[in-house]
Structure formats: structure tokens, C-alpha cells
Design a protein. Structure first.
Length: 278
């Protein structure tokens, strides 16, 4: 199943390598849902999909609550607003709206995602969406994907929660759950900072360490097996020491500054449930 959103770092291409490592569990909890490729291409009975980005969670909830209304609202935008002038006007409107939970905001979020540059979802420190125009001749309208996403979320009683990863893990993981974490990555060829954003803030070394600690906590105290994706860098290995590492190559769809498109080594790190083998 294809995701609704274009998403830099999306996991569609990684799924053949990731799927065999995802544990069987009644419920899968994702503290960084992003483009939701893992949700769409796994078969758990229940899901908890979390993210710190309120626009992303509002969008997914609107799709599940009223997929046909979202389709009508977005289709109208796709038909009449396909220039850079239109894009920047809607981006300005989106920035100025104070309401974060609405069908209209969800529709514009998808419009900006499909017309903006290369699947980026980026905000400045004021929380303003600031992705430039993508210059696409005919952006793809994901009508079928919207309906399929809504159907699967309803069938699996999926919960969407807007929480930082610490709270998503603390409040929504129990002994019936497995966890898949896809945090912002380190990129070894980037500048010395080498971090990507976590909504409006950078995801630095201390955040990776806090995530590792939280994942170990739910693994050891609640018995939840854990799978995590990361880039193959010394910082990744240092932050997630104690995890079992598996390696594969992934194609990045986004070239960050100083990072060329193409294949890069990706780490899939795991923590088995206590008492389990592997």
C-alpha cells in the first residue's frame, strides 16, 4: 500500500528488509509515524500512531473521520491552484491560521505536501511551515490512497496521538505491544551538526540518547520488543549501544545539503522481548 503523503525518509523501499525484523504483537506503536509506510504495510490487529507534529496527526485523523470530505476539499485545490503564486498564498494562509484541528487545514496540508519541494515537511522555530514550491507539472492526487488509509485505520481501530516520543512510549506501550521507532536521522556527510529536525526543533545527541533510554525502558519493564531505523554512523551506534544491529542499503529520496542521492547503509536495530531468542 502506498502512503498518502510524500515523505522524506519514508520507509516504503525499506519494507522488504524491515518486515522480517518486525515482531509479532497485538498492537504496533509508532512514536514517529511520519509517512505511515510501516502502518500501511504490516498486519497488526491494532495500532497507535504518534507524532509531535499536530498538522500531521490532524491530517490523518481527518482522513479517517471523513475521507470523502478530504478528497473533495483537496481535489478543488489541485484543480485550481497549481502555480507558485497559488502555492505561496496557501502557504501564507496555512501559517496564519491558528486553528490546528480542522478539515480545511488537513486539506491544505496535503496540497502543500504534494506541491512542495521533494516531500519535505519543515517548520521554522515559530512553527511556520516553510517548504519551498516544488515546480511539478502535475502533482499526483492520492485519492485511492486516502480511501485505503481510512479503511485500514478503521478496521484496526488505530489511535492517532499528538505527543512527543517520551509520552507516546510512556502512555501507550504495554506487554501486548511492539514498538517501531523511526527517529530523525544522523547523516554522516552533512555538516558537523549532522541532525535533522523534530518538528520545530533539532533532534540532537541528547534526544537520541533519551529515545534509546525510553525504548530500553519499555522493553525491559513492559516486555515490548523494539525495532528502530537509523543511519550507519558512529553517533547512531553510540546512542543505541546494546541494540542488535542489522544492516541494509536504502535509497534516500531526498538529498540534504551535502548529501547525494543514492544508496546509503542503513541500520535496523532491535531489542527482543525479555526471554525471547534473537
Amino acid at each position: 500500500m502506498r502512503p498518502i503523503l510524500k515523505w522524506a525518509g519514508g520507509k516504503s523501499r525499506l519494507m522488504p528488509h524491515l518486515s522480517p525484523l518486525l515482531p509479532t504483537a497485538d498492537c504496533l506503536v509508532e512514536p514517529f509515524v511520519g509517512g505511515a509506510s510501516v502502518f500501511l504495510n504490516t498486519d497488526h490487529r491494532r495500532y497507535v500512531l504518534a507524532d509531535i507534529n499536530p498538522d500531521l496527526i490532524n491530517f490523518y485523523q481527518a482522513v479517517v473521520d471523513s475521507p470523502e470530505s478530504v478528497i473533495r476539499a483537496v481535489l478543488s485545490l489541485f484543480r485550481r491552484a497549481n502555480t507558485s503564486t497559488d502555492y505561496y498564498q496557501y502557504r501564507t494562509d496555512f501559517r496564519q491560521w491558528r486553528v490546528t484541528k480542522s478539515l480545511e487545514r488537513a486539506a491544505v496540508f496535503l496540497y502543500l505536501n504534494r506541491h512542495g519541494y521533494n516531500g519535505l515537511c519543515r517548520y521554522n522555530l515559530r512553527g511556520e511551515f516553510n517548504v519551498p514550491y516544488g515546480c511539478y507539472k502535475k502533482p499526483y492526487f492520492p485519492e485511492a490512497e486516502i480511501r485505503l488509509f481510512a479503511e485500514k485505520a478503521r478496521d484496526t481501530h488505530t489511535r492517532f496521538v499528538c505527543l512527543p516520543f517520551e509520552e507516546a512510549l510512556a502512555f501507550h506501550v504495554d506487554e501486548h505491544c511492539a514498538v517501531y521507532a523511526d527517529p530523525p536521522y544522523y547523516f554522516p556527510q552533512e555538516d558537523k551538526a549532522g541532525f535533522t529536525g523534530y518538528y520545530i526543533t533539532p533532534f540532537r545527541d541528547e534526544a537520541h540518547q533519551a529515545l534509546a533510554d525510553a525504548l530500553i525502558e519499555v522493553n525491559q519493564r513492559r516486555g515490548a520488543p523494539v525495532v528502530l531505523s537509523g543511519s550507519d554512523t558512529p553517533r547512531t551506534h553510540a546512542a543505541y549501544a546494546g541494540f542488535t544491529s542489522h544492516y541494509t542499503h536504502a535509497c534516500y529520496s531526498l538529498a540534504a545539503k551535502g548529501v547525494s542521492r543514492g544508496k546509503a547503509v542503513e541500520v535496523i536495530a532491535t531489542l527482543s522481548a525479555p526471554g525471547a531468542s534473537g
